[in-house]
Design a protein around this ligand. Structure first.
Ligand code: SF4
Length: 291
């Protein structure tokens, strides 16, 4: 971003008030086992209008970072899960702000029809910085079934190829520490993702939050969270596998203290990031990200 725009660009997170097909019965019921839908709208009320959310985010970011340009990050739920008129209206509301230079659209791989890809490509052709963020989590269908994801690797493959085939950049979201998985699984997942081609990656540790099926499994002792050391090594190993020009949208995830049950280190973002940097430095200086 610094290289492209000559200044910092930050994401402003937006909840557009959409739902998720893995919750409302069209793909599944109950959602992914790790997902607490309440965390997106803690008061159970409708989100503020998009422009209001941008203004609130902008005020915080300008004070904290001095950033004057932003990417509208449609983050909560499934941000392509509506008719095309509704989607274009909400995306264009964000893009109508002078300091919003692009969009990042978080969604599920089984919920991105061609008309949505075409719409996003159209924004890109108009000069906006556009990313499609696909939640894959694992390339193993057995794992995806176990976490009640409601889609398999094949849906990801098709959407990825369709989007990138039209020149849209894709960021793939992967989770480390999924039940039944170990190092072999997440490395194989990344290899399959890299083999198909991808523009950006987002890594997230699996954490246990209140109100989820995973929380029940954890309470019964059926799920054991990772240590920070394990996660740091895992992320560093994955970075070492990826090409040098890969764009990392995120290397760890945090959770609201009130919602987080385990592991406790998940709310120490900078400790995790600094440890990943130290691990990378010890492996290979060329892969260090913050130089
Ligand atoms: S993680 Fe995403 S796809 Fe899964 S239930 Fe939650 S909102 Fe839906």
């Amino acid at each position: 971003m610094l290289r492209t725009y000559g200044e910092r660009v930050h994401k402003v997170a937006i909840d557009a008030g959409l739902s998720c097909p893995n919750r409302d019965g069209s793909k599944g019921i109950g959602g992914c086992t790790f997902c607490n839908n309440v965390t997106f709208s803690p008061n159970g009320r409708a989100p503020d209008p998009i422009l209001e959310q941008i203004q609130n985010g902008r005020e915080v970011l300008i004070k904290r970072t001095g950033a004057k340009k932003y990417i509208a990050y449609f983050q909560a739920y499934t941000n392509t899960y509506s008719d095309i008129e509704t989607l274009s209206k909400m995306y264009e509301t964000a893009l109508s702000e002078d300091d919003i230079i692009g969009l990042s659209i978080g969604t599920r791989p089984d919920c991105v029809p061609d008309e949505v890809i075409d719409l996003l490509v159209d924004y890109q052709n108009k000069g906006f910085d556009i990313w499609l963020e696909l939640g894959l989590q694992s390339a193993f269908d057995k794992t995806l079934k176990r976490i009640n994801r409601g889609h398999g690797f094949e849906e990801y493959r098709q959407t990825l190829l369709a989007a990138r085939g039209k020149g849209l950049r894709v960021c793939t979201h992967l989770i480390i520490g999924l039940p039944g998985e170990n190092e072999t699984h997440f490395k194989a997942t990344l290899q399959r993702v890299l083999n198909l081609g991808v523009d950006g990656l987002k890594f997230h540790p699996l954490h246990v939050v209140k109100g989820t099926q995973l929380a029940n499994d954890w309470r019964r002792g059926e799920y054991r969270p990772m240590t920070m050391e394990y996660y740091v090594k895992a992320v560093s190993d994955l970075i070492m596998m990826a090409p040098k020009d890969m764009i990392y949208h995120r290397l760890t995830g945090t959770a609201n203290k009130k919602q987080l049950l385990a592991p406790g280190w998940c709310n120490k973002k900078w400790k995790v990031l600094n440890s990943i940097e130290a691990e990378l430095r010890s492996k290979n200086k060329e892969k260090v990200l913050w130089n």
